[in-house]
Design a protein around this ligand. Sequence first.
Ligand code: PAF
Length: 326
Amino acid sequence: MPASLGGVKADMPRAPSFPGLFSFTSLVRACIKGHSSTISQYLDMQILTNPQELAAQCRAWHAQGEDIALVPTMGYYHAGHEDLMVHARGLAKRLVVSLFVNPAQFGPGEDLEAYPRNAERDAAIAESHGADVLFMPEPGSMYAPDHATWVEVPELAKGLCGQSRPIHFRGVCTVVLKLFMLTRADVAVFGQKDWQQQAIIRRMVRDLNVPTRIEARPTVREADGLALSSRNVYMTAAERAQAPEIRAALLYAQKLTQEGETSAALLREAVLRRWAERLPLGRLDYLSIVHPESMAQLNEVNGPALMACAVRMGKARLIDNILLRS
Ligand code: PAF
C-alpha cells in the first residue's frame, strides 16, 4: 500500500541537510568564476546564486515599472522546458528561470542524487530563450539548517502522486512560494504534465492571496506520444519501446468517454487491461480519475474529469494525464 498522508507528519522533522548536491553547485560556481568558456559567453543573462541578489534585481525591475515572468525548473532541459520559457518570454518584460533540484520535494530513497543535471547546457538554453536571470541557488541558501516552515495543501496533495510521495507537494509548495516571494513574479508558467502540481499551486496562490498569475502549458511529447521528462533517460531501450503505451491507453479511455462511457471503474479497467497486455515492463503506481481542479476522486464521468497515472518503468517513474472531459 502506498504511504498515506500520515507519513507527512512522521517525516516533518527531517532536517533539511542535502548532501550530494554540492558538486552540481560547485560546477555553477566554477562557471560563474569564468572557468568555463561555454557559460561565460552568455553575457546577456545573469546567473545568480544568491536569493537576496535575485530579490534585489527583481525589486529594481519592478521599481522601473518592468513586469516579471518566472519559469521554475529543476533543469536538464528538454523541449517541454523550452516551451515554458518561450511562452513566458512573451508574457513580461523580464524573464527569470530558476534551476534548483529542490531537495525538499524528494523523499527518502528517491532520486535526488541521481536526478540528471547539465548546468552548462541548461544555461545556454535559458539564455537562448531570452532569460534575463538564471537563478541557481545552493540548497543551503534556500533552506537554513533549522528551516521549519512548510506550505501544504493537504486536501489536493493526498491522492495521485501524493500517495506514494507523501512529502513531495509540501516541498514543491514551499520552494515555489519562496520563488514567488523572492521574485514577486507577475506570472509564473508550469507544465500540465504535472497536472496535480499546477492544481495545487493554483490553490495555494488563491488561498494565500499570492499576487502571481499561474499559466499552464500543454505537455510536450515525443513523436510516439511519450511525454517529455528529464527522467526518461533512466529507461532502458526495452522500457522506452513500451512507454508510449502509457499515452495510447489514456487516449483510448478518452475515446471511450467520447463514445458515452461514464463509469470511472470501467474506464480504469479498460486501461489496466490494455497495459496488462502491452506494457508488461510497467509497474502501476496509480491510475485515477479525478476532478481537474479539486483532485477529488470521481465515480462517474459526467462533468470535468482528468485521468492521471504514474507508471514505473524500471528506474523511471513516469507520469501522464488526459482530460476525459473538460
Ligand atoms: O516541476 C518541477 O520541475 C518542480 O516541481 C518545480 C515546480 C520546479 C519545483 O521545484
